[in-house]
Design a protein around this ligand. Structure first.
Ligand SMILES: [Zn+2]
Length: 182
């Protein structure tokens, strides 16, 4: 597991990455599917936000109805768990490193078997991940959705030396941030 450590320390960045992975088309109400009029219900688990649908009044969060529902772990740990499962790390080792129950990890691994979430995370070129990031940014900002020229070589589809894609993300999000400001 070689995440950039600084990324893992930013709970908000980890949460946003999870939301982008879980909802590549943007967050929507799990009951009626509406993507608009999602009000903030409460923030008792910062950075995780509970939303309430303005159409059907359903209260939910980004994990509702996903394989990560009910796993009350900080977003950074959820990302580590996903990465560990995608890498087929031994559950006993993950349980030791993350200080969580091996049985729960095995259950989660079972739940995630064949899930698109892991396929996306394992994409050796990282394109799906970059696209998910961009979908999230586009959904969140609703501006400049056109593909941009001059993306970094690694994100443009040239094979990176290793099948780790998370390394590319700080550059990608930096690019978004830079262009978002300018
Ligand atoms: Zn609804």
């Amino acid at each position: 597991m070689d995440f950039p450590l600084i990324d893992l320390m930013d709970a908000h960045a980890c949460y946003e990455r999870l939301v982008a992975l879980l909802h590549p088309d943007g967050l929507a109400c799990p009951r009626c599917g509406a993507a608009d009029r999602l009000g903030i219900h409460r923030r008792h688990r910062d950075p995780v936000i509970d939303y309430q649908c303005g159409h059907c009044r359903r209260v939910f969060n980004a994990f509702t109805g996903t394989p990560l529902q009910g796993i009350r772990r900080p977003p950074a740990q959820l990302l580590l768990i996903l990465r560990g499962i995608a890498d087929a790390a031994p559950a006993a080792q993950m349980a030791r490193e993350l200080g969580c129950d091996r049985k729960h990890l095995l259950e989660l691994r079972h739940r995630l078997q064949g899930n698109a979430l892991l396929r996306m995370d394992r994409n050796p070129l990282g394109d799906a991940v970059v696209e998910a990031d961009e979908a999230y940014v586009n959904a969140g900002e609703k501006r400049d959705p056109a593909p941009r020229p001059g993306r970094p070589a690694a994100a443009a589809g040239q094979s990176p030396p290793r099948p780790r894609n998370l390394r590319q993300r700080p550059a990608a999000s930096g690019r978004h941030r830079r262009q978002g400001v300018g």
